[in-house]
Design a protein around this ligand. Structure first.
Ligand SMILES: Cc1ncc(COP(=O)(O)O)c(C=O)c1O
Length: 370
């Protein structure tokens, strides 16, 4: 494929959409595939691989980079100056949006909802604030729509309505970033970098990563089953939500000229594993923390407890039940592994944050649960 690695593969597979879908280069692609020899040996798998999406960017990698390449390009095309987005107060997505938005001259306004206190989350909110994000707290999810409307109307009044980015960057446009990742895996299989995976494991929060992968893997012609490991609440992270998002992403591609030919999806393409979420979003589980330790000690791969530790715990569990015997398994490492302190070397004291966020630093950090 000629566009590899400069233009996203999506424009090779859907050439009619080129020029009709905005895109800007932020990251470094394709991300490497690493064979996990030691972890594989420990789990009795001789074909275990990792897609290193933690390395999508030299300063702040992770899954958001792929989505923001499409979303921020559209914001720029629309001459926006502000981005409005949502997430938990320790959100990786809000941090990434603020960081990459700033590089493009866009200021981020965030609406943040509660989550359990965790060290990484505290670091994230301090960095996000240091990078210039405007923080707004919504005590309950139900308060979010009114806050969105208020901030949007305020912007409109000043003739600067913000560009709205859904939580996790998981609207149809952001999802194209992971359609592209699925196509990228297809190319890496074609090049012999890894065998065709039987199973691909990824964390499912706002669904964009998982949904995009399902679409991209299908379009690439692979038979791999993408297993989404739920890490957020069930009402938002489930097969039906992912399927709906998939249909909307395909509709967007079609509306922008893409010929979808035989690319069709059904609900049965979306396989979500619910049993590894523990007590809920950002509640670490013992098996998730154990998975993080194994990945680090055996392979030097840094995971975290909210997303990637839980996703790997599912793979470890299924391997232990002999369900992956003689199979090729690919784990998507969707969490940035670069030292994030570097992107904001001077952090504020937490007391400098707006008052409604002080509790984030006063609450006790919970022990991992069964
Ligand atoms: C590190 C990491 N992995 C996985 C996910 C889940 O991706 P998605 O929200 O697209 O389902 C997120 C989302 O915030 C994330 O930060």
């Amino acid at each position: 494929m000629d566009g590899f690695p400069n233009l996203p593969l999506i424009f090779n597979f859907f050439p009619e959409s080129q020029g009709k879908i905005s895109w800007i280069s932020l990251g470094e692609f394709p991300t490497p595939i690493q064979k996990l020899e030691k972890l594989g040996a420990r789990l009795g798998l001789n074909q275990l691989y990792c897609k290193r999406d933690d390395l999508t960017h030299s300063q702040y990698g992770g899954n958001k980079v792929r989505k923001l390449e499409f979303l921020l390009a559209e914001a720029k095309k629309l001459n926006k100056k502000f981005l409005l987005t949502l997430g938990a107060w320790g959100s990786n997505h809000i941090l990434a949006t603020t960081f990459f938005g700033k590089q493009l001259g866009l200021k981020t306004i965030a609406i943040m909802v509660p989550q359990p206190a965790q060290e990484y989350a505290r670091k994230n909110i301090l960095i996000t604030y240091a990078l210039g994000c405007e923080l707004n707290y919504a005590k309950i999810n139900l308060a979010v729509p009114a806050k969105i409307i208020k901030i949007y109307l305020n912007g409109l009044f000043k003739r600067e309505p913000p560009y709205f980015i859904w939580a996790g960057g998981s609207n149809p446009l952001g999802t194209l970033g992971y359609v592209n990742a699925g196509l990228e895996i297809g190319e890496q299989v074609k090049k012999g970098i890894l065998p065709e995976p039987d199973y691909i494991f990824c964390a499912v929060g706002s669904c964009g990563t998982f949904t995009g992968l399902v679409l991209g893997i299908k379009r690439a012609g692979l038979k791999s089953k993408v297993l989404g490991v739920r890490v957020y609440e069930k009402w938002a992270s489930n097969a039906k939500s992912a399927y709906r998002l998939g249909k909307r992403a395909l509709a967007l591609l079609k509306a922008r000229g893409a010929k979808l030919s035989d690319l069709k999806i059904s609900l049965s393409d979306f396989l979500v594993l619910h049993q590894y979420a523990g007590k809920g979003y950002a509640h670490f589980t013992k098996v998730g923390v154990e998975a993080m330790k194994m990945a680090y000690e055996l392979e030097g791969i840094k995971l975290e407890g909210t997303y990637t530790g839980k996703a790997l715990s599912a793979l470890i569990d299924l391997a232990g039940k002999n369900e992956l015997k003689n199979k090729v398994a690919l784990f998507i490492n969707s969490y940035n592994s670069n030292p994030i302190e570097k992107i904001a070397p001077v952090l504020p004291d937490w007391r400098e944050l707006p008052k409604e966020f002080h509790h984030c630093f006063l609450e006790q950090i919970l022990e991992p649960e069964e």
